[in-house]
Design a protein around this ligand. Structure first.
Ligand code: XIL
Length: 324
C-alpha cells in the first residue's frame, strides 16, 4: 500500500484530502483516484453561502443544478469513510448581496444564526471540521473590510463560532486564511486574534493554512508559523494546498520549475504538516490540473496539482508520497 491516504494515516493518523466539485463524481476515472488516494474531502464551492442559501431562508442542498450539490459530496464521503471539511460561513466572497447589503447588526446576527443552523444543523453528524470564518485578515494583520466586520465589528468571529458550537458541539471550528504560512504581520495578527478568542473561551479549534504556494517560493518557516497556533493548542491543518508554476501557451511548465514545485513546494508543505503533532492533515485544492482554479485566477500560472490531464501522477505526487 502506497496510496496517499494510507501513508498519511500511517504517519500519525493524519488525512490526505482534496477539494472536489459534485459534478466530478460522475466521472469514474476521477472517482477512482478520489476513492483510492484520499480520505478527506472539502466541497470546493458547494457549501458556500451563495450556493446553499441563495435567497433568504431558502436552503438548497440539492442545488437547482442537481449536479452541484453538497449532498452528493457528503454521501460520497460517507460511502468511503472520508472525513469532510465544511467550507465556509463568513467570507467577503461568494456571499449573496441580500446578505452583504444588510446594515442592521441585529438583523445580520439573526441571518447568520439562521444560516449556521441551516447548514451545520443539517450536517452536524457528517462533518469533522468547518471553516466558519474564511480569510478575515488583511496582509498587515488588521481585519478585512467585509459585511461581518463592518456591521458587527471584530466580535463577529466569536459570535459565529458560538452559534456554530451551539448547533454542532462536536465539530471542530476553524478560521482559514492564506499568507499566514510564514511568520509575518498577517500570521502574527492571526495569532493575536486566536489568543483573544481562546481567552474568551470561544469555541475555536483550528487555524487553516490555505497554502496556495508558488514553486520555489514556498515559505521555509511553515513549522515556525504553525507553532504560533499549535502552541495555543489549536490544530493547524493545511487546507487548500497547490503549488503553481509559470506555464507557456500549451500549459506546459519548464522542467526547472517542475523540480522546484516538487522540492520547494509539495515536499516542504507536506513535511511541515508531519512535523507538527497538531497538523491533522493536508488537503489539496483539487488533484488534477485541468480542474484547478489556478489558471483562471493567476494568469500565466498553472500545473499546480499532483495529477496531469490524463490523470497520471506527476513528480509532485511522488514528492507528496515521499514526504509522508
Ligand atoms: C475558489 C474555488 O476554487 C473556485 O472554483 C471559485 O470560483 C472561487 O473560489 N480561498 C478559498 C477558496 O478559501 O474557497 C477559494 O476557492 C480559493 C481561495
Amino acid at each position: 500500500k502506497d496510496s496517499l491516504d494510507y501513508l498519511a494515516n500511517k504517519a500519525g493518523k493524519r488525512y490526505l484530502g482534496t477539494a472536489i466539485q459534485a459534478y466530478q463524481l460522475a466521472d469514474p476515472k476521477y472517482t477512482q483516484i478520489l476513492e483510492s488516494q484520499f480520505n478527506a474531502i472539502t466541497p470546493e464551492n458547494e457549501m458556500k453561502w451563495e450556493v446553499v442559501e441563495p435567497t433568504e431562508g431558502n436552503f438548497d442542498f440539492s442545488g437547482t443544478d442537481k449536479a452541484s450539490t453538497s449532498h452528493e459530496i457528503v454521501a460520497e464521503a460517507k460511502k468511503t469513510g472520508s472525513l469532510v471539511r465544511g467550507h465556509n460561513i463568513c467570507w467577503d466572497s461568494q456571499t449573496p448581496s441580500w446578505v452583504t447589503s444588510i446594515t442592521d447588526p441585529t438583523r445580520l446576527k439573526q441571518v447568520l444564526k439562521n444560516h449556521i443552523q441551516g447548514v451545520l444543523g443539517r450536517y452536524k453528524n457528517d462533518l469533522e471540521y468547518f471553516d466558519i470564518v474564511n480569510e478575515p485578515l488583511n496582509e498587515d494583520g488588521t481585519y478585512k473590510s467585509n459585511v461581518w466586520y463592518n456591521v458587527l465589528g471584530e466580535s463577529y468571529i466569536e459570535t459565529a463560532l458560538r452559534f456554530a458550537h451551539e448547533v454542532a458541539p462536536e465539530m471542530k471550528l476553524c478560521i482559514n486564511d492564506y499568507n499566514i504560512e510564514t511568520v509575518n504581520a498577517k500570521s502574527k495578527g492571526m495569532a493575536k486574534v486566536a489568543a483573544n478568542l481562546l481567552a474568551k473561551n470561544a469555541p475555536l479549534h483550528c487555524i487553516g493554512f490555505e497554502s496556495h504556494f508558488i514553486g520555489g517560493l514556498t515559505p521555509q518557516d511553515i513549522p515556525a508559523s504553525m507553532k504560533q497556533f499549535s502552541a495555543l493548542g489549536l490544530e493547524v491543518p493545511i487546507t487548500e494546498l497547490d503549488v503553481r508554476i509559470p506555464v507557456g501557451a500549451n500549459d506546459q511548465p519548464a522542467n526547472a520549475t517542475v523540480a522546484k514545485q516538487r522540492d520547494d513546494g509539495y515536499y516542504t508543505a507536506v513535511s511541515a504538516c508531519l512535523g507538527d503533532s497538531l497538523c491533522p492533515g493536508v488537503s489539496i485544492w483539487q488533484f488534477a490540473d485541468p480542474t484547478s482554479w489556478i489558471p483562471g485566477v493567476f494568469k500565466g500560472y498553472g500545473s499546480a496539482l499532483i495529477y496531469d490531464a490524463e490523470y497520471q501522477p506527476k513528480s509532485s505526487y511522488y514528492a507528496t508520497q515521499q514526504a509522508l
